[in-house]
Design a protein around this ligand. Structure first.
Ligand SMILES: Cc1ncc(COP(=O)(O)O)c(C=O)c1O
Length: 423
């Protein structure tokens, strides 16, 4: 008798859905579609030659070590490098505050594993990162959401949300995925202050912080928290209220699958125990390789180059939007990110971007409908556009196509309104 698999799956899998949108997004990988849907870095910037040389050197000099099991916490020289990196960002931590993970996606899953009981409420921005919602939902999370504007999470609504007693706050401070907005310094301070007052931890997910094209660097939340809790600091050990996540996916290559967690040591210890059950440790080879590529200042020069290229692509997309999209007076708005990979378009409420996607795919261009990023199911008239992956000419052409689809939709709706009803 064959197993009736559906009856065997764990209850927690019941909330795993394969949405209609995901099916539609499969179309976006067709060869002649210009896709702004993915979140992919520009592959032509990957340090392929440096990786080849580093891999050669590594296998020649320490091949057996690179192919052996290693500790769950991660490769010590890589963790030391992260300690130095965090110090440049203004936070003094020790190696015991760092855990290497298989991308920051694994860190999100480990956070779910060690912190979330079924029914726990997680406070997120709306919209927020879909991958975090997927990871947390597996552990039975429910959501308390706070809207954002061009300066990030609306802190004036935060206190009310904190009164519902969420397990933690999940926040994306820099060039947020999906909306591209950045949490202002006063609001960061407010998040830290309120979280401290209500005793609620913060998960700060910061994959894009290093990819700033213009404007001033803003202190990470973990730094502001460390300043607030300065009196509790002992040596350089971080003992605060924040679990900070970042990644090498956007600064080296996502295929390495390497990220890290910075957190109080007791949190790191729990996550290490959880990670042992997940994958024992992140790939020794990949960690040593990343270290070999990054060391000696290469990563800084490389990040500079990524910033230049993405910054130009953002400018091209913004100019193309001005040309091809309806006037803001028609209720069309888009964000102007100072870094990262994405910008966010809001259309008039009468437009459903999941429906618009069908039309866009006929025009051979794709985006992600914004509803995917809203844990509360709102955002039907929004969309995320990625500007890192396509070249400048493709961006211009793709936005022209998308503009045609949007204008047609708006005109179609105007035509559908009886003449007497128009004002
Ligand atoms: C906000 C955010 N967090 C986490 C991740 C996961 O990144 P990775 O697992 O490649 O480090 C992403 C990927 O795009 C992201 O946008």
């Amino acid at each position: 008798m064959t197993t009736p698999w559906r009856q065997r799956f764990a209850q927690r899998t019941q909330r795993m859905t394969s949405s209609a949108i995901r099916e539609l997004l499969k179309l976006t990988s067709l060869p002649d579609i210009i896709s702004f849907a993915g979140g992919l870095p520009a592959p032509e910037l990957f340090p392929v030659e440096e990786a080849r040389e580093a891999a050669d050197r590594l296998l020649r000099e320490r091949g057996a070590q690179a192919l052996q099991y290693s500790t769950t916490e991660g490769y010590p020289p890589l963790r030391e490098m992260i300690v130095r990196h965090m110090a440049r960002y203004g936070i003094k931590v020790e190696i015991d505050n760092i855990l290497i993970t298989t991308g920051s996606q694994e860190a999100l899953d480990l956070i779910g594993k060690v912190l979330i009981n079924p029914g726990d409420r997680i406070l997120t921005e709306t919209p927020s990162y879909l991958g975090a919602i997927q990871a947390f939902t597996m552990y039975g999370a429910e959501y308390e959401t706070v809207p954002i504007d061009d300066d990030g999470l609306l802190t004036r609504e935060l206190e009310q949300a904190l009164r519902t007693g969420p397990k933690f706050i999940y926040v994306l401070p820099n060039f947020q995925n999906p909306a591209g907005v950045t949490l202002s310094l006063p609001r960061r301070r407010e998040v830290v202050r309120l979280a401290d007052r209500y005793g609620i931890p913060i998960v700060e997910d910061d994959p894009y912080g290093q990819l700033r094209f213009d404007g001033q660097h803003i202190k990470p939340i973990v730094v502001l928290d460390a300043e607030l809790h300065n009196e509790h600091q002992n040596g350089h050990q971080y003992r605060g209220n924040v679990i900070y996540l970042s990644t090498f996916s956007k600064t080296l290559a996502p295929g390495l699958r390497l990220g890290w967690v910075t957190a109080p040591h007791e949190v790191i210890l729990r996550m290490v125990q959880a990670k042992q059950g997940t994958d024992l440790h992140s790939s020794t080879f990949d960690q040593m390789l990343a270290y070999e590529i990054a060391k000696g200042g290469f990563i800084d020069r490389h990040v500079q180059r990524i910033r230049e290229v993405y910054g130009r692509r953002r400018d091209v997309m913004l100019r193309a939007l001005e040309r091809a999209f309806p006037d803001p007076a028609m209720g069309v708005h888009w964000t102007r990110p100072h870094g990262g990979l994405f910008l966010w378009v809001t259309l008039p409420p009468s437009i459903d971007t999941s429906e618009l996607l069908h039309e866009a795919v006929r025009e051979k261009v794709a985006f992600v409908p914004g509803v995917c990023f809203h844990p509360d199911g709102s955002g039907h008239n929004t969309m995320r556009l990625n500007f890192s992956n396509a070249g400048e000419a493709m961006i211009e052409e793709g936005i022209a196509r998308l503009g045609r689809a949007v204008v047609r939709r708006l005109e179609g709706q105007a035509a559908a309104v009886p003449v007497g009803a128009r004002s």
